[in-house]
Each structure stands twice: as structure tokens, then as C-alpha cells.
Design a protein around this ligand. Structure first.
Ligand code: NCD
Length: 305
């Protein structure tokens, strides 16, 4: 049985085949030729944390492929989790009803816990600050579509690099692609983990850590903005101190390469001024749309279709 728990589970061939399948899904959707390959399937989407894009695009992806969807939003209050049911027991029940389970949870490793008892594939839609594999795959799909490659790029990640699960899922994918340079721009409270720093050093991957956005902007091909993850802070004052650390404004665009792209997993709070939205480099809504094609490809991957 194939689960999607973490991008660390993939080799380069897996990634390439998911991306090329996603591109076929994009083409089929545009041409109206999508085959209803999941017409005998029921997909459960169970979200213990808020979501707009991830849940609705996973649901749309399933429906486009002919599946039926059962869905629980606000699962922390609207499922039996509210009465104290464990992740294991909830998952056992879901796997009696559905053929695959898409789950988002505030606890890191919740997807692993679910997979340990599930008889049906688990697709991790975000587990705490740990992993968000489908987001990372749609991000690299977008970068490849916009730039034509995943190597020889300068990529800056900006914001909450401590708690960003998209970043934690993106870096294992980038490890397969040579000659990239990474810039990690964050307040000092929200720097990358010691583990990631060590891995980059061990693999001789070029990276720079800094707090200076302006200085970095002229160098990058990909600017990946992130939201400061308020829900991961235990102390609201700590959040208030860093929440508005980096705001990308219209005047910043002049510092950036004409062919660079700006990504953000969304939702944005105060990281990207809306004045930028009409610039050709503002890619975040296209990025979110790509999520649909990638999530269609992920269902086909777990079902071996
Ligand atoms: C991200 C997440 O949930 O980790 N959002 C998303 O899935 N598009 C990023 C975020 O919430 O900041």
C-alpha cells in the first residue's frame, strides 16, 4: 500500500513521474478529456486544521477523476476527536468507509500515526510544522513550469523557516537537483533547523542565511514567501515581535530579475502587498491552481493507476 506521508519517501524517479502525470492531468482538464479513473472510489478528506486550497483542491481533484468525497472540516470539534477519540481510532473507522484518506492535523507525525493503523492509503495534507508533501510537489511543479528546470536556480525562502512545513517538504526534493543556491531569509527567532543546516553542509549545497531581503532580491530566480505560523507559537508576544518581519512591496520588484517568480503557499497575511498581484512574476495564484493537477496525480500514484 502506498501512502504519501513525507517527501523524504520519494526518489527522483517518483518525483519526475508525479510531475509528468500532473502535467498530463493539466492538459486533460483543459481539453476536457479526463478519464474517470476513480469512479469506484470514495475519498475521505479529514481536516483537523483550517484549510482553503488544500482541502478544496484535494476534493476537486477526486471529483474530477470521478470519485465521491466524504469530508470533515473542523474535525477537532465536529468529529469524535472532540469527545477524545484518538487519531488511531478515527483512522480505523475512516478506513472502513473510504478507499483513501486525506488528513491534515496540528500534531507533527499525525499522518504516520494514522498510517500505522490504516488499511487504506493516507495522504498527508500537513502535519503540524513537520511535512506538507502535496504543497511541495505543487511548488516544484510550478517552478518547473515557469522556469523549465529544477536545477541551476537561486531560490530564496523568506519568513518563518522554523515552522514552514512547505519548506520542510521542499528541501528533500531539491536535494535531487544539482547546482541550486539557497538563501534563507528570516528573523533570527525563525531560522532553519540545525538538522537542515547540517544536511546542506554535508552535501556541499550552497546556502546563505541572512536577515536582509533587499540584498538578496537581485540574485534570485525563485522568491518563496511564507506566512509567520501564528498557530505554532505558544506565546502571543513572541509572535507579535516577528509577525511583520518581511513584506514584499511594489518597489521591491525593481530589484528583482525580470524572469524571476514569486511564490507563496498562501494564505498570505502581511508578506506580499496586493499591489504586486498583477506583475507577471507574481505566481502564487497560478501555483495554487497547479495544486489541482498535482493532487490528481497523487491519487493516481497511491492507487497505482
Ligand atoms: C500552508 C500550510 O498549511 O502549511 N498553506 C497551504 O496549505 N496552502 C502554509 C500556511 O498556512 O502558511
Amino acid at each position: 500500500m502506498i501512502n504519501i506521508l513525507s517527501t523524504k519517501q520519494f526518489n527522483k524517479d517518483d518525483i519526475e513521474s508525479i510531475l509528468s502525470r500532473a502535467s498530463i492531468m493539466e492538459k486533460d482538464l483543459k481539453e476536457g478529456t479526463v478519464k474517470k479513473l476513480l469512479s469506484d472510489k470514495v475519498i475521505a478528506c479529514v481536516f483537523f486544521e483550517p484549510s482553503t486550497r488544500t482541502r478544496l483542491s484535494f476534493e476537486t481533484a477526486a471529483i474530477r477523476l470521478g470519485a465521491n468525497v466524504i469530508s470533515v472540516e473542523n474535525a477537532e470539534v465536529s468529529s469524535s476527536a472532540f469527545k477524545g477519540e484518538s487519531i488511531e481510532d478515527t483512522t480505523r473507522m475512516l478506513s472502513c468507509y473510504a478507499d483513501a484518506i486525506v488528513m491534515r492535523h496540528h500534531k507533527a507525525l499525525a499522518a504516520e500515526v494514522a498510517a500505522s493503523v490504516s488499511t487504506k492509503p493516507i495522504l498527508n495534507a500537513g502535519d503540524g510544522a513537520n511535512q506538507h508533501p502535496s504543497q511541495a510537489l505543487l511548488d516544484v511543479y510550478t517552478i518547473k513550469k515557469e522556469h523549465g528546470r529544477l536545477d541551476n536556480l537561486s531560490i530564496a525562502f523568506v519568513g518563518d523557516l522554523k515552522n514552514s512545513r512547505p519548506l520542510h517538504s521542499l528541501m528533500p526534493i531539491f536535494m535531487f537537483y544539482p547546482n541550486n543556491t539557497f538563501y534563507f531569509i528570516s528573523p533570527k527567532e525563525l531560522v532553519i533547523s540545525e538538522e537542515l543546516r547540517g544536511e546542506l553542509k554535508d552535501k556541499n549545497i550552497k546556502f546563505v542565511e541572512s536577515q536582509n531581503l533587499e540584498e538578496t532580491l537581485p540574485k534570485v530566480d525563485v522568491l518563496y514567501m511564507t506566512r509567520v505560523q501564528k498557530e505554532r507559537f505558544t506565546n502571543i508576544e513572541d509572535y507579535e515581535k516577528v509577525k511583520d518581519s518581511f513584506l514584499l512591496k511594489k518597489e521591491h520588484l525593481e530589484l528583482m530579475k525580470k524572469e524571476s517568480i514569486i511564490l507563496h503557499p498562501l494564505p498570505r497575511v502581511n508578506e506580499i502587498d496586493k499591489e504586486i498581484d498583477n506583475d507577471h512574476r507574481a505566481c502564487y495564484f497560478r501555483e495554487a491552481q497547479n495544486g489541482l493537477y498535482v493532487r490528481m496525480a497523487l491519487y493516481l500514484y497511491v492507487f497505482g493507476l
